[in-house]
Every structure is written in structure tokens, then in C-alpha cells.
Design a protein around this ligand. Structure first.
Ligand code: MN
Length: 227
């Protein structure tokens, strides 16, 4: 790489349970994938096709700390299961989709809700509310070869020991194979892509000093301190 005119930016990686690091290429996030969360955000879950946005790979953070971000008064947690892909392609059939999954993990889709709301009102892109520094705290990736594929199981988020989100993966409107199928119709899906699979009801604000603890049945839990 002697032709690079600046130092090569470091590719973000996520530790893998059992050893090694998963390099992140893209971060896709689905919106409103649990009916009760769609309703709490003021939408009708039955009438809407799926939609996705992206965070930047560099927004991934595995430190266990979330610095309260600037230019906001209303930062929300969204506890989600993370799907990590080991391969990809175009127009991936639903029945083949899980062959591309390397593993699963825990993630938080941290959101500057006030900025997201302003952008929505103006019909502008959401990046400023979603794709900011360290906005995707994640835990380690569990290989699917160890856990099997997860289509049900309790997902929870506690803040300071109090349960705020309590859903089940089986409540997803768009299942993991359907998300991979859908994304692969619009993008070239590839190894290193991760999908944040949506959040159940109960999203809310956090403050400096809070401690968030997320869990998914079969994937253990992870803790993120707001600093
Ligand atoms: Mn989300």
C-alpha cells in the first residue's frame, strides 16, 4: 500500500466469542421492525414496507462506554440484535439467506432523537440523528456455528437495573432472511456487513451516569456506561 497519500484509516472490528475479530464493512439498520415500536413512534405497522438506513462502520464501538454526544438534549437507546454476514451477493433468495450469516451479537442503535425528529419534519436524511460518533455500541459476535440461527428469544434492555425494553425476536415484522433478501435487491451485500435488526417498544432517553444493560436470549448480555 505504498501509494497511499495519507495513513490508511483503520477498519473497525468486533471481537468474536472464541477468538478473532470480525471486520466491519457496512452497517445497515432497519427502521420500525417491531409492531409495538412502530406504534409508539406514531406509525401503522401493517401498511409499511421495510426501510433501512446506514450508520458508518467507524460508529461501531466495543469499549463498553458511550460518551453523551454533542448538539442534542434527547439521546435514546434502541436495543437490537446484530446480524454479522460472512458472505453476500445480489438478489439473495430468502431460503438461502441464512447461509450468509456468520453470527449474531448485541447492539445499541443510539439515536439523537431530537435531531432525527427535526430531519423527519423537514423531509431530510436522518444521518445527523443516527450516524454519529460511537453511536453503535456492540458486544462480541457469537458464531452461528455455536448458537444456531436465532429467530426467537427474549430481548431486553435495562437502564440502571430497571427494565425498559422487553421483547422477543419472534416479534420482528421482517425476519432476518427477509431483511437479507430485501437489502440484496438494492445493494451488493458482502462479507463484513452487519444488520441491526430493529428494536421493540420502550425506547427512551438516557443521561450521563446511566448504565445500560442489554440482553438477547442465547447471546448473553452486555453493559454500556453513559459517560
Ligand atoms: Mn433502530
Amino acid at each position: 500500500m505504498e501509494d497511499l497519500v495519507i495513513a490508511e484509516p483503520k477498519r473497525p472490528t468486533i471481537p468474536v466469542v472464541g477468538g478473532g475479530e470480525f471486520p466491519v464493512r457496512r452497517v445497515y439498520c432497519i427502521g420500525r421492525n417491531y409492531a409495538d415500536h412502530a406504534i409508539e413512534m406514531g406509525h401503522d405497522p401493517d401498511k409499511e414496507p421495510p426501510f433501512f438506513f446506514q450508520k458508518n462502520p467507524e460508529n461501531i464501538d466495543t469499549s463498553g462506554e458511550f460518551p453523551y454526544p454533542p448538539k442534542t438534549q434527547d439521546v435514546h437507546y434502541e436495543m437490537e440484535m446484530v446480524v454479522a454476514l460472512k458472505s453476500g451477493g445480489r438478489d439473495i433468495a430468502i431460503e438461502d439467506a441464512l447461509d450468509h450469516v456468520f453470527g449474531y451479537g448485541l447492539g445499541l442503535d443510539m439515536t439523537r432523537r431530537d435531531l432525527q425528529g427535526e430531519m423527519k419534519k423537514m423531509g431530510r436524511p436522518w444521518e445527523i440523528g443516527k450516524a454519529f460518533e460511537r453511536s453503535a455500541p456492540v458486544g462480541p459476535i457469537h458464531p452461528a456455528s455455536e448458537t444456531g440461527h436465532l429467530d426467537s428469544g427474549r430481548l431486553t434492555l435495562q437502564v440502571n437495573g430497571e427494565t425498559r425494553q422487553d421483547g422477543d425476536l419472534n416479534q420482528m415484522i421482517w425476519k432476518v432472511p427477509e431483511m437479507i433478501n430485501y437489502l440484496s435487491q438494492y445493494y451488493d451485500i458482502a462479507a463484513g456487513d452487519i444488520i441491526m435488526s430493529g428494536t421493540p417498544a420502550g425506547v427512551g432517553a438516557i443521561q450521563k451516569g446511566d448504565v445500560m444493560k442489554g440482553s438477547v436470549e442465547g447471546l448473553g448480555d452486555f453493559t454500556v456506561a453513559v459517560i
